[in-house]
Design a protein around this ligand. Sequence first.
Ligand code: MN
Length: 334
Amino acid sequence: MTLDIGLKRFPFLEAKALHDAAVVCHRNADPDAYLSAFAVSALLRSLAPRCRVEIVTPGGMTTLTQKLSAKFPHPTVEVSGRDYDLYVAVDVGDEELLNEWKAKLESSRGVRVLVDHHPMRDGSLYDHAIVNERATSAAEVVFSIYQELGAALDRVTAQALLEAIMFDSSHLAIASPAGVRAVVKLMDAGADIALARKELRSEPDYGEVLAKLKGAQRLKIYKAGEWVAATSMVGSFQAHVARSLIYLGADLAVVGGEAEGETRVSLRSTQRFAENTGIQLGTQVAGEMSRRLGGHGGGHATAASFSTGKPEDEAMEETLKRVGELLGEPREIG
Ligand SMILES: [Mn+2]
C-alpha cells in the first residue's frame, strides 16, 4: 500500500494558519524517527518562518538518538499541556507507540498528518497520511516530500536525512533503490557519508553488552523444518539480543522478557528466511500474538515485536506454537 496522495499538499494547512507544530516520534525515539522529525521541522519553518516547532519524543529517546540530538539540536518535549495547529507523526508504526500522545491527537483540534514507512493498519487517528511501505526509512519519505515541494535543503538537514536512512537500512545494506537514489542526492546537497558512518557508531552500552551475553548463555535452539530458530529470555534489550542471535547464525530469533509489568517479545529473521518462507513477522507473528494474548504489536517482515500482560513463559510458549503453525512443529535440539 502506498498512500502518497497529496505529497504536494503537505502540511495540509495554509502557512498563515501554522503557528505551532508538534512533530511526534514513536516512543524511545530511534535515529530515523528523531532525524526525520528534525528535517520535517526545518521544512515547516521554511514554509512558515514564524512557526514554532517542537519535536515530541514520548518516553524519551535511545542512547544513540541522544548523542545525535546533540549534533542536531532541536527543542524537544516528552509531554505538553498545549494543543498544536499541526501534528506530524513520523516513523510511528503502531499508534500505541505514541504513548499518551495518541489520546492527545484523538482529542486535538489541529491537523494530524502521518509520515511513515511502516504498514498502516488503522489510519483513523490521522487526517492525512503519507505512507510508503517500500521505503526503508521514514527519512526517505520526508525527502520525497522535500522533492515534491521543491523545497531547499540545507547541508545540516541533508546530513540528518542521510544518517537516518543509513541507520534504518543497516548502512545501506538493505536500502531500497529509491533510498540509494536519495542518498546520492543528499550527498549532492552537501551531506558527508564518511561523517554519517562515524556519527552512527555508538559506544558499547554496558547493560546491552550484559543482556546480549546473558541472552547467549540462556539460548535454546530449535529446528523447524529446514530452519534453525533460537530463543532466549532477558529482562531488557530483547531486540538487541534477537539481532545478535541472527548474527550468530539463527534463521529466526525469538527473545522475550518481563519488564515494567509487561512481557516484551522481539522477533528477528534473516532476509533469506523471509524470502523463502514468505513469513512476515510483523503481521503473521507479532500482530497475531498480540491478538491472541492481548496486547499490541507489529513490525516489518524480518523485525517485529509485541508486548502483552501474560507471563513471559506463556508468551514464549505460545509464540513457538505460532511458529510451529507456520513452519511445522519446532524440535528442541540444544
Ligand atoms: Mn524507521
